[in-house]
Design a binder for this molecule. Sequence first.
Ligand SMILES: [Fe+2]
Length: 368
Amino acid sequence: MTKQIETDTLRQWLDARQPVTVLDVRTDDDRTQWAIPGSLHVNAYEALRNGQPGALADLVIPADRPVVTVCNAGKVSQIAADVLANRGFDARSLAGGMKGWSLAWNAADVPLADSALTVIQVRRTGKGCLSYIVASDGEAAVIDPSVTPDVYLDIAQRHRWSIRYVLDTHVHADHLSRASALARQAGAVLLMPPQDRARFAFTPTADGVRIRVGNATLRALHTPGHTPESTSYALNEAAVFTGDTLFTNGVGRPDLHADPDAARARARSLFGSLERLRQLRPEIVVLPAHTSEPIAFDGQPVAARLGDVDAWLGGWLSSESAFVDRVTSQLPPTPPNFVRIVDLNEAGDLPTGDPTDLEAGANRCAVR
Ligand SMILES: [Fe+2]
């Protein structure tokens, strides 16, 4: 019997920096799409499928730690684990492969100048979705939840925080929002930017609305462009949650659900929104909803001072027409299944069963 390891167990091992060799046996093409941070790669996929050990027959890896083999769906990795087990290694196959791994997450504390505020970045490592728990004086708000509600409920319970609010920055297209489900389970108020797409009850966060979390304040800043309703939330003067409007190294794509003319109009809105965000103080910490790279288990938040972001953003914004040309001409392929994901997010329902097929693939909300 091939030994297996569940995504959540491997996630915990990596989080605890437990010694483990993660061995990715997929093809070069699959590997370039996304990978587990720190994993080794040996393209043994075809050989293993053809019943040959291929490069695994004489692969040199540490013998003093377990090895976890990984493929796309967790089948060929079982053959790999068998080959290595026969060679005497403590080998196991990652159940569900990279598909299952898409739900793996880790967390990082975000250091802020204001020590009365706590912000934890909860990251979906494979897809690069970034969500946040903001806490002050025993109360908490969760922004853009993208992993199972239990994760946020557990963190809040550990810190004895009561989750008062759950917020989304916009109607997401890359992942299923867990906001409605979390708000329901936490007994929290669900907040969304004003729009008429969501088919469920929510409290609208119009521009300028202030949300009190303990002694802290979240202030809604309408920042349209990526989507018409996109809203950023400033936490005191310390941090700003920019959703898919502004990333640490790029900006949100303006073209989903938009024809070329509409995309250019949205790009012009985005220009204005980014100009508005630039007016915040340079020390404020920009906390986006996505990153394009798989996130390491290193406890380092994906974040940047606005002043540092402005070093490249200032150049992008030197002219509106050049900006519009840039963000409408360098678009990545549209995210797989985004029409279906948006529809589910507008309905506010998580599909029953395994969401990983629907959410497969890396994030594609950014223009860089
Ligand atoms: Fe988005």
